[in-house]
Ligand binder design. Structure first.
Ligand SMILES: Cc1cc2nc3c(=O)[nH]c(=O)nc-3n(C[C@H](O)[C@H](O)[C@H](O)COP(=O)(O)O)c2cc1C
Length: 348
């Protein structure tokens, strides 16, 4: 039985169930919710990157980008453990090699960024007195197969900047704002004042939302409660104790109707991005931290006073920046990889 047939069968069963036991319920509505759920189950099953990862070029590329980022983010931490990440880099190189064999002919250029990260990692390790001959051999072996590819360590890995530069760039036009914002993995000890926090929240209220419902909500934490949230989140291991101010952005399911069951994620996501940029425009450093977790883990959020009807969208840890700080470069794709013009374009 195909997944689609199975899904249709389950829906048919559910309708039968409603016909027998659904007295007093709006059966059309219940069926619609169930239909949305089954459809999403089918999409997830088919397209989620956990399933059959290396059998699909796009899934493999996204997975490599994620594994690549773990390395660059490790280098951007305040005090990375000497020689950190060797297992992860080894695993990344194995996947890169597999990618080359499977899809090298389709999109060889893709390997540029992750290989540049590995080179930056090797340089970084050498600078810290750490040698890793096996990783270097694996890197050189793959590198030798790609002679025409430009691998430049400085276009990946980490960069350093100063608070002075941040302050002149963060509120100097939209382009400058976007280009000077980076996710930071450590902050100064000086807390962000309540006035600045409220100013950022006020700016973020300008976020557009479906029918102006403004279904978002923010929960602001500080001190030990913020640190506890970081230990729960687990996506910033080693940084927890320094993330002493944070906002959990949620979206209220009560704001949305039966035909827009995913709208909470969209409105909440737009708001969260605006809040990040609002903080940044005020010279405050931030890092978005995922709430993309299993239900079992998300349920624990009630311990932080988050009601069930609020969907967790994103945690934003924030703080004042140090006089000099590092960040992961996080190279972006060219727009031709992420855009389709649905009309003929003329190139000048
Ligand atoms: C939804 C979302 C979840 C994220 N979760 C984490 C996380 O758990 N840990 C982390 O270190 N960074 C996390 N990040 C930060 C990303 O790694 C970062 O935004 C990305 O590499 C781009 O870099 P930039 O923010 O410096 O431009 C997250 C970002 C987003 C948008």
């Amino acid at each position: 039985m195909s997944v689609t047939d199975f899904s249709s069968f389950i829906e048919w069963l559910f309708k039968k169930y409603l016909a027998f036991f659904g007295k007093g319920l709006d059966c059309d509505l219940e069926s619609q919710y169930f239909h949305e759920m089954c459809y999403f189950w089918r999409l997830t099953r088919q397209y989620n990157a956990t399933n059959c990862t290396d059998e699909d070029l796009q899934k493999m590329q996204f997975t490599i980008l994620r594994e690549n980022h773990v390395i660059e983010k490790g280098m951007s931490m305040q005090n990375p453990r000497k020689g950190f990440g060797q297992e992860k880099v080894t695993r990344l190189l194995e996947r890169l090699s597999k990618y080359y064999d499977l899809y090298g002919r389709d999109d060889e250029e893709f390997l540029k960024y992750p290989l540049s990260t590995v080179l930056a990692y090797i340089d970084y390790s050498h600078a810290n007195g750490v040698q890793m001959p096996e990783i270097e051999v694996a890197y050189e072996t793959l590198r030798a197969k790609l002679p025409s590819l430009e691998i430049v360590a400085s276009k990946a890995g980490i960069q350093t900047t100063t608070k002075k530069d941040l302050m002149s760039a963060c509120d100097n036009g939209f382009e400058s704002l976007l280009k000077s914002r980076h996710s930071l993995r450590y902050f100064s000890d000086e807390p962000v004042g309540q006035e600045v926090i409220e100013k950022a929240l006020t700016l973020a209220q300008r976020t557009p939302s479906a029918c102006n419902r403004q279904g978002w909500h923010t929960h602001v934490f500080k001190g030990e409660e913020s640190v506890r949230l970081m230990y729960w989140q687990e996506g910033c291991r080693g940084c927890e104790e320094g993330f002493r101010q944070s906002v959990l952005v949620t979206a209220n399911l009560k704001a949305f109707l039966s035909h827009e069951v995913f709208q909470a994620y969209i409105d909440g996501g737009l708001y969260a991005m605006n809040l990040i940029n609002a903080f940044h425009s005020l010279g405050v450093g931030t890092i978005p931290l995922s709430c993309g977790f299993s239900l079992e883990k998300l349920k624990y959020l009630d311990q932080f006073g988050i009601p069930e009807n609020e969907i967790p969208i994103l945690i934003i840890a924030f703080g004042n920046v140090e006089d000099e700080y590092r960040y992961a470069v996080s190279t972006r794709k060219q727009i031709n990889k992420t855009n389709t013009f649905h009309y003929r374009t003329t190139k000048s």
